[in-house]
Write a protein that binds this ligand. Structure first.
Ligand SMILES: NC(=O)c1ccc[n+]([C@@H]2O[C@H](COP(=O)([O-])OP(=O)(O)OC[C@H]3O[C@@H](n4cnc5c(N)ncnc54)[C@H](OP(=O)(O)O)[C@@H]3O)[C@@H](O)[C@H]2O)c1
Ligand SMILES: *[C@@H]1O[C@H](CO)[C@@H](O)[C@H](O)[C@H]1NC(C)=O
Ligand SMILES: *[C@@H]1O[C@H](CO)[C@@H](O)[C@H](O)[C@H]1NC(C)=O
Length: 339
C-alpha cells in the first residue's frame, strides 16, 4: 500500500514540502486547493528551488473543495495542514471533517503557538504532529512555487498531557512517536536532509524560539512602516526593542513549559547579529501580508503567547503592546474597507 498524503492549504510551504514528499518512494501526494485549483489541476505545481532545481509536481488528486476530498473516500496517512493560521478568521480544523480515519495523522506546518489545540479538540483520537519550519518560500502566482532558501523542518508529536510531571507515555503516545518518526523519514527520503525529530516537549521549545524571532521582527516591521529586517537590526533604538522582545519571549518560555531552555537554541544577541549582517533585503511575512491588505497571523504569533503566559500569571508587556496596537489597526482598516 502506498503512503497517501493530502496537502490542506497547498500554498508556498504546503506545496514545497508536498513536492519533496512526492519524490519519496511509494508516496502519493494530493492537494486540497482553493484559489489555485484551476492552475494546479491543469498544470500541476511548478516548483523552483536553488537546492532541488526546477520541477513540476503533479498531485495524485487535486480537489477544489473539502466536499470533493471527502467524496474520494481515501484513507489518508498524513493530512499536512499549511494554511495561514488565522483562528480569528476561520477554524481550519473544520476542513478536515470526514478525512480523518483511525490511522490518519494530522501534521501542522504553521508558525505560532497554540495552533494544535483546535485540531486536538475536534479530533481527540487522532495523532497530531506539530512542525516548525525556517524554509523561505512564496507562491508568486497560482501554482508557481518559489523555494528561496533553507529547508529545515522540526517535527514532534503533540502530546500536551505529558506536560504534567510524572506522566508515563501510553501505547497511544508511542504510536504517535512512531508516526512522527515515519514522517520525518519520508521527508528525508524526499531530500529534506535537515528534517528533525523532536519529542513533544522539545518541539514546544522550538515553537517558542521561532516566535521569539517572529514576535520581534514581524510586528515591529509593520509598526515601523514596513522596515526590512536588517534596517531594524541596525537601528540603535529599534535593535534594543528587538532584543528585549526576544528576551521577553525566551524568559517566559521556560516558566510556561516548566523546564530550562535547551542550550542549542541561538541566543537573541546572536540572532540580532546575524540579522545585522543579512543583506537579503527581506521583510517579515506579516509585513508582506499587511502590505497586500491580508489578515496578519497576529493571534498565533502574539495573542496566544500572551494568553498562554497569562494563564500562568506571567505578563508579556512588550508583546501585549504590539498586539493591542496591531489588532486595532487591523480592525480599523477592515472597517474602512467595508465603507
Ligand atoms: N512562506 C514562508 O516562507 C513560511 C516560512 C515559515 C513558516 N511559514 C508558515 O507556514 C504557514 C503557511 O504559510 P504560506 O506562506 O505557505 O501561506 P500561503 O502561501 O498563503 O499558503 C496558504 C494556502 O492555504 C490555502 N487555504 C487557506 N484556506 C483554505 C481553505 N479553506 N481551503 C483550501 N485552501 C485554503 C490558501 O489558498 P488561497 O490562495 O485561496 O488563500 C493558500 O494556498 C503559515 O503559518 C506561515 O507563517 C511560512
Ligand atoms: C527556474 O525557475 C525560475 C523561476 O521560474 C527561473 O527564474 C530560473 O531561471 C529557472 N532555472 C532554471 C535552471 O531553469
Ligand atoms: C537572512 O534573511 C532570511 C529572510 O528573512 C532568513 O531566512 C535567513 O535565515 C537570514 N540569514 C541569516 C544568515 O541570518
Amino acid at each position: 500500500m502506498p503512503i497517501r498524503v493530502l496537502l490542506v492549504g497547498a500554498g508556498a510551504i504546503g506545496a514545497f514540502y508536498g513536492s519533496r514528499l512526492a519524490t519519496a518512494p511509494n508516496t502519493l501526494v494530493s492537494a486540497l486547493c482553493r484559489s489555485n485549483f484551476r492552475a494546479v489541476k491543469d498544470n500541476g505545481f511548478h516548483v523552483s528551488s536553488p537546492k532541488y532545481g526546477n520541477s513540476t509536481f503533479r498531485p495524485e488528486y487535486a480537489f477544489s473543495n473539502p466536499g470533493e476530498a471527502r467524496k474520494a473516500q481515501i484513507k489518508w496517512d498524513y493530512l499536512l495542514v499549511a494554511t495561514k493560521a488565522l483562528p480569528d478568521l476561520s477554524d481550519d480544523s473544520e476542513l478536515l471533517e470526514g478525512l480523518v480515519g483511525p490511522e490518519t495523522s494530522i501534521v501542522l506546518v504553521q508558525n505560532g503557538l497554540g495552533v494544535e489545540e483546535p485540531y486536538r479538540k475536534r479530533f481527540p483520537k487522532a495523532t497530531v504532529l506539530s512542525a516548525v519550519t525556517i524554509a523561505s518560500a512564496a507562491q508568486p502566482s497560482h501554482g508557481k512555487i518559489q523555494h528561496n532558501r533553507w529547508t529545515r523542518i522540526s517535527i514532534g508529536p503533540y502530546l500536551p498531557h505529558l506536560d504534567k510531571e510524572g506522566t508515563e507515555e501510553s501505547s497511544e503516545d508511542e504510536q504517535a512517536n512512531a508516526k512522527n518518526s515515519r514522517f520525518v523519514e519520508l521527508l528525508r527520503e524526499g531530500g529534506i536532509e535537515d528534517a528533525e525529530l523532536y519529542s513533544h516537549a522539545g518541539l514546544q521549545f522550538v515553537r517558542w524560539h521561532k516566535i521569539a524571532i517572529n514576535a520581534a521582527m514581524n510586528p515591529s516591521s509593520v509598526l515601523s512602516g514596513g522596515s526590512e529586517n536588517q534596517a531594524m537590526a541596525l537601528d540603535p533604538e529599534l535593535s534594543r526593542h528587538l532584543l528585549a522582545v526576544m528576551e521577553e519571549v525566551l524568559d517566559t518560555a521556560p516558566r510556561v513549559l516548566g523546564k530550562p531552555l535547551p542550550d542549542k537554541l541561538a541566543s537573541p544577541q546572536k540572532i540580532l547579529e546575524s540579522t545585522k549582517k543579512n543583506t537579503s533585503g527581506s521583510k517579515p511575512s506579516m509585513q508582506l501580508d499587511w502590505a497586500e491588505g491580508k489578515r496578519m497571523e497576529l493571534e498565533v504569533i502574539l495573542g496566544n503567547p500572551i494568553r498562554i503566559a497569562r494563564e500562568k500569571g506571567i505578563e508579556m508587556p512588550r508583546l501585549q503592546s504590539m498586539y493591542a496596537l496591531l489588532k486595532m489597526a487591523q480592525e480599523n482598516r477592515q472597517k474602512q474597507s467595508k465603507l
